[in-house]
Each structure stands twice: as structure tokens, then as C-alpha cells.
Design a protein around this ligand. Sequence first.
Ligand code: SF4
Length: 377
Amino acid sequence: MSSLYLHIPFCSKKCPYCDFFSQVGQQQQLDEYVELLRRDILIVKKGHPQNPPFATIYFGGGTPSLLSAKQINLLLTDINGTFGIEPEAEITLEANPGTLQLEQLIAYRQAGVNRLSLGIQSLNDQKLQLLGRIHIAEQARKSVAMSRKAGFHNLSLDLMFALPGQSLQALEQELSQLLGLEPEHISIYGLTFEDGTEFARRLKSGDISSCEEGLYAEQYHLVHETLIKAGYEHYEISNFARPGFRCRHNQTYWQRTTCLAVGAGSHQFIDQTWGERWQVPPDLARYKELLRKNINPSQLLETFDQQGAMKECLYLALRTSDGLDLPYFEQRFGFRAEDLFTQAFRKAQPYLKSDDQRWYFDLEGWLLYDHLISHFL
Ligand code: SF4
């Protein structure tokens, strides 16, 4: 299976908590960027002539829904003409509810997009305002209704929790509203204060406060219990899906399978020998300059040795409910995980569960993931 990620580093407005590579973009910049992506696709094809047709394609950002359906269609046509796209491929577009119209959604669907990931973030107007989002809750609800009308049967909604001043009851209300929208997939993110963001500065100056640790854990538990009860599967630390609707694209990251990538700020993983990770630096001027000269903008970030590959395989797998497949690990690397990580395994008790076939974290283990996983690295 192979996958492609396209990074669209433009937004209508920069959110004060966001440290993703994105900037406010004008129409002309977007048009120019699409042409650069088209060149990038050809360059990536030259480097990977034998790569099979893509089973998943993901337009991420930034705000990919700033691109018109015509532009998405152009890119998908190029991708199909170079690498090919499998008939049942999952093609996801991240969309900002503040940028959507029904006609546009219908045209995205016609262009081949079959999965939308809507950045709802909250269904509370005060919280949306605090987060500096460009939409209000009503627009979020409308964008879900319009997506259904446009023929999308695979919708993912993003929800943030651990927001300043957010009580357990307020989150409960939001979850119940979210469930009313009947998404196939839900991604949840606790608010973090990343260095260099406006929120980090406001936190430092005491203007806003972060969620206290105990409340964070209670909120994570509440999300888990509410969504499980509603029939969702908690299949990765931050992701829930109705049966059959796990995000196939994101699973390639956790399983370390090849994912090619185009666009400034994108990362690609090549599953050869023990694995290679490449990056296109998050620098639009450089991206433009190199692509105008038809030079590959990717740089090698890391070539894994066997030990590095084993560690990465383990810590990515433990993010998922499937966990680490022990027979697979032994077959792939020639060593038993039980022998290699004996000490770390002990330290991760009692949160790390095991049977003959796999290791996996329980919910408490996921909450403590960063700490527990450090024993294995
Ligand atoms: S819309 Fe998304 S990518 Fe853009 S600034 Fe806001 S959070 Fe960041």
C-alpha cells in the first residue's frame, strides 16, 4: 500500500494557538502554489518511478479548502496520470467550516475527494472566539449538513478539549452536540501551548491559564467513555471511529509504510531497508526557487538503522489500540520485543498490557504516553 500527503500551508487567518507551518495566503499565492505542487509531483515521480498507485491521498494544512475544486481536480488528475490512484482510494481533504459552500463541496466530491476532515474544534461560540477561529458553531453544523448533502459519507470532525476555563459539564454538552452530527470519525486534541505562539505568550503573561492536570485527565476519560458508549472505537490516542471508518491514511504513519509527500513543510517516509524520513523545509521562498529550477526540494532528515527502526516501530504501534504485534516484530527484525525491552516493559507496568500476540497501553497508559514511552527510547 502506498500513500501521498500534500501540504497546503495557507490559512485565512492564523489561529493564536497554532504552530503548524501555515501563513495567511492571497489567491494569487494559492494559484502559484498549485503550479509548484504540480512540478513537485513530477519530481517525486522521477525519484520513485516504481511506486504503486496510491491507496490513500491526504490534503492537509494549513487550510486545503482554500483551494478551489478545480485546483483539487487538477492535482488529482496529475497524480492519477503519474502514479495512478487505486479505484477505492481514500482521498481526504481537511476543511475549515468557515470556508465552505455547498457548490464547492459538491465539486470536491466530483473531483474525487471522498473523505472530509472538518476542523470544527468546538461547538461553543465563546470557545471558538477564544481560539481565534474564523467560524461560529452554527457554521460548523451547517458545514456538516452541506457535506452530507454533497454526498460525503465519511466525515471526520476535530474537537479540542482542555480549553481555558472549560468545565467537565461544558465539555459533556459539546460532546453530546458533536454526537448529534453523527460523524464517522472524531479526532480529539487537548490544547497545548506551543513555543512561539500567541497562546504561549498569553499563558506566560498570566492572561490565560492552562487546564490543570487532574481536569485534563478527567476530560480525556469523559471523551473516551462518551464516545465508546456511542459506538465509536478508540483506535489511537487521539482518534475514534465508527466500525470500518478508521483513517486509512494516518494508519500508514503508525505502521511505518511508505508515504510520499509534496509541498513546503511536508514529510515523507520511505519504507526501504530500515526506513528513511525526508522533509521539504517549511520555507515557501526556498520551495518556489528550487521548483522553478526543477530541483528536488526534499532533504533527507534521517536514515534509520535497525535499532532506530525497532524503537520507532514500537512507539508508533503503542499509540494505537492494536498495539505492537509481537510475531510481526520478531519476523521483521529478527529479535523478540520481550527480550529487547524487558526493563522498559517492567517500568511501563501496570499500564502496558500484554498477551502472546501483542502489547498495548490501557487508557491510563495513553494519558501517560510521553512519560512511559521514554523508557523504551
Ligand atoms: S486553521 Fe488550522 S492550520 Fe490554520 S492557523 Fe488555524 S489551526 Fe493552524
